[in-house]
Design a protein around this ligand. Structure first.
Ligand code: DGJ
Length: 722
């Protein structure tokens, strides 16, 4: 791995990919190349494309408009949208960022206040640019890792001038492509149908994905990729970007008059600004660039490696995760201690490790219309409080987990009556509730302190082993009682920085606890959250077939160890669909496995099946959660879905295939596997049959055509040494 400066070009490479930056006239950083490793830099090809010699570059002769840039701004000749936009004290915005110096460091710097990837096995290039007129300095940070073909980018903007300036746009990354012959892949959806894959050809003008909701949201996802024509799961060039941020974001691809594509991502510029006083600075979130010439699976392999090795942390990052049972869909708000202990007992007898108490344990919350913010045990439901319940659960040998929604406040709460100005609100306007709740103003230090303390006390009382951190509404009416009017546009970003601060404080105070983030399902399923909590609830939709789609698309960026996935009751509470227990389990094995149903109501036959499933999950967890994951058949393209994981040592693999509607007179099919050793043999545990790795990949494994709907088949392969 190396970062070199040769022939006026910065070359970042890990031996497999190259990223190159040149300097026009020694001043303006141009995007020269990103893709498969190049052996060396011959010349400044970008400038040759523009018909100029790099050294002769002159702003007046070669407009920046025609050149691919690393950190474009508006006002110096480039007529496209820029990455940074800064209003100076006199109201003007032209920004002339010129290269000053560079530095290469081992590892990577920590980004103040923001979650970011760790810098093991990494090197970072810092390019320093400065506007000679106004003292604005920008450091562009580029990190390259040895073990993943991913490059992290962010920018830090310093005010070294004498007057305050206002940052009106601060994206994290810009990549200028010299052509636009790509399809844009984004993820979009809604509640209970998060992250559906959408593919469209690029056209001249703007396209992309963005949100203004104050969260990465169920509607969008901070990810986009450009795919060369004909790209599929295993072939084709993919250029992908994902943002390490949980608030409002923008991802945009602009195709210009010359059919050059500019791809940018960062904090949503709508309703954003940030005042930078002299001597202070602003750090953008980190964005990850992943390139692959092996299609979408190739891209995902790189993202998964980044997430597993450099994003998730804590004692559960790489170890066994407990099988949990959550009482939400079993009881909703209708529970008492006896009922919970009964459910937990029944679950424990069948090999479930962790009982999670969901919403409704505090204040007087019998519905979703009260008590958020009052994190005091409801003694009507739990006569011994959280402590009493947790002692019973722990006493039986199970772990105990708890649901909280720390960022929220119910108008019907002691907290609201005591502090009506602690919620986000706009002066005297009627406060718009959503799910009967308001959002706490996490930009305020007093609010952050209250949340940290009250939640920590609840976790201590409950002696919890696991926390589900929920967030069930978005921010609409922006306003804070403490922020001055001229800083109100800082609100959204300050809010999310406040959330990160509280999450960091609580996760650090409880270092042995397993944290799972959640946001009305998968409404904050992003890399920012994943830096703080190693798993997230993927969706409130637990229907097996819908989950095939949601998990399939989520796996574009996230490995199975990040995706909370539960077996729930049938008919399913979100779709009314009934699917076999084995299918629900097979799909839930595509993530961190658990249950969300009233286990007491299941027939003995199903309880026995659950016992066996749990043994299997425990025995194969290293493959299911931490193996190399491949998508095989897309539920977006038909009636089937299939995926597989191969253990890191290559010795074991699990293959899952799901049929949706059965077809009359269908023939059995062959499912081609991937990621195996062609020279090795594999024995399938259930059938006892042995197959060659080459045959499994070239010819395929037979999957039966079922005559009933929603049938899953799983294959448990072990390498056999001859
Ligand atoms: C939304 C979550 O996604 C659900 O799993 C559940 O915890 C409810 N909130 C509780 O209010």
């Amino acid at each position: 791995m190396s970062i070199r400066f040769e022939n006026g070009v910065f070359h970042l490479t890990n031996g497999r990919v190259s990223y190159m930056i040149s300097l026009a006239g020694g001043k303006y950083p141009l995007h020269l190349y990103w893709g498969k490793k190049l052996r060396r830099v011959e010349d400044d090809l970008t400038m040759r494309l523009a018909g100029r010699d790099a050294n002769d570059f002159n702003l007046h002769e070669t407009p920046l408009d025609r050149l691919p840039q690393e950190c474009p701004t508006f006002g110096m000749g480039d007529m496209r949208e820029g990455m940074l936009h800064i209003r100076q004290e006199d109201g003007t915005t032209a920004l002339d960022l010129q290269f000053v110096s560079h530095e290469v460091m081992k590892g990577k710097p920590v980004l103040p206040g923001l979650p970011s990837a760790r810098g093991e096995m990494a090197e970072t290039l810092i390019l320093t640019l400065k506007d000679p007129e106004n003292g604005i300095r920008v450091d562009l940070l580029y990190t390259i890792w040895e073990d993943t073909d991913t490059i992290a980018r962010s920018a830090r903007i310093y005010n070294e001038g004498k007057e305050a300036v206002t940052l009106e746009k601060a994206l994290s990354v810009c990549v200028d492509f010299t052509e636009a012959d790509y399809h844009l892949l984004t993820l979009s959806g809604g509640w209970a149908r998060e992250r559906a894959m959408e593919l469209r050809p690029l056209v001249q003008g703007d396209q992309g994905t963005s949100t203004v909701r104050g969260a990465s949201s169920v509607q969008t996802s901070p990810f986009m990729a450009l795919l060369s024509p004909g790209t599929d799961e295993n072939r084709g060039q993919v250029y992908a970007m994902a943002l390490c941020y949980s608030g409002s974001f923008q991802g945009i691809v602009q195709v210009d008059q010359f059919r050059a594509a500019r791809m940018m991502m960062g904090i949503q510029p709508f309703d954003f600004s940030w005042r930078i006083d002299p001597g202070t600075d602003f750090q953008t979130p980190e964005a990850y660039l992943t390139w692959s010439d092996q299609g979408l699976n190739g891209m995902s392999q790189q993202f998964h490696q980044l997430v597993r090795e450099h994003i998730v942390s804590g004692p559960y990052a790489k170890t066994h995760r407990p099988i949990l049972i959550n009482n939400w869909e079993a009881t909703y708000f209708d529970f008492n201690e006896d009922k919970l202990v009964d459910i937990a007992d029944c679950a424990r007898k069948r090999g479930i490790d962790l009982f999670v108490l969901d919403d409704g344990w505090f204040g007087h919350r019998d519905q979703d219309n009260s008590s958020l913010g009052d994190w005091k045990d409801d003694m009507r439901k739990l006569p011994g409080g959280l402590r009493g319940l947790s002692e019973k659960i722990h006493g039986s040998g199970m772990k105990f987990g708890l649901w909280v929604e720390p960022e929220m406040i119910s108008p019907d709460s002691e907290l609201y009556r005591a502090h009506p100005d602690w919620c986000i609100h706009a002066g005297d306007r009627t406060r718009i509730e959503c799910r009967h709740q308001l959002v706490l103003d996490m930009t305020r230090a007093d609010v952050r302190q209250y949340v940290t303390e009250s939640i920590s006390q609840a976790l201590e009382r409950g002696q919890v082993d696991y926390v589900k951190w929920d967030m069930n509404r978005n921010i609409n009416m922006v306003g804070s009682a403490l922020l001055p009017a001229d800083r109100m546009k800082e609100f959204h970003h300050r809010y999310i920085l406040g959330v990160y601060e509280v999450m960091r404080a609580i996760t650090e105070r409880f270092p042995r606890v397993l944290f799972e983030s959640c946001a009305g399902g998968g409404g904050r399923f992003d890399l920012g959250m994943m830096c703080l909590m190693p798993q997230a609830w993927t969706s409130d939709d637990t229907d097996a077939w819908m989950r095939c789609r949601i998990q399939y698309a989520t796996s574009l960026v996230f490995p199975p160890c990040c995706m909370g996935a539960h077996v729930s009751a049938v008919p399913n509470h979100q779709t009314g669909r009934s699917t076999p227990l084995a299918t629900r389990a097979a799909v839930a094995m595509g993530g961190t496995y658990g249950y969300e149903l009233d286990i007491r109501k299941l027939p003995e036959e199903e309880l026995q099946e659950i016992e066996k499933l749990n043994q299997r999950v425990h025995a194969w967890q290293d493959v299911l959660l931490y193996g190399s994951f491949y998508r095989l058949q897309s539920p977006y393209q038909g009636n089937e879905s299939a995926w597989m994981s191969v253990s890191q040592d290559g010795k074991r693999a699990v293959v899952t295939h799901v049929f949706a509607q059965s077809q009359p007179n269908a023939r059995s099919d062959l499912l081609k596997l991937t990621g195996l050793d062609p020279a090795a043999d594999y024995r399938e545990e259930i059938s006892g049959k042995t197959y060659g790795g080459d045959a499994l990949m070239q010819y395929g494994i037979p999957v039966d055509a079922p005559w009933n709907d929603y049938k899953a088949q799983q294959f448990w392969l072990e390498r056999v040494d001859r």
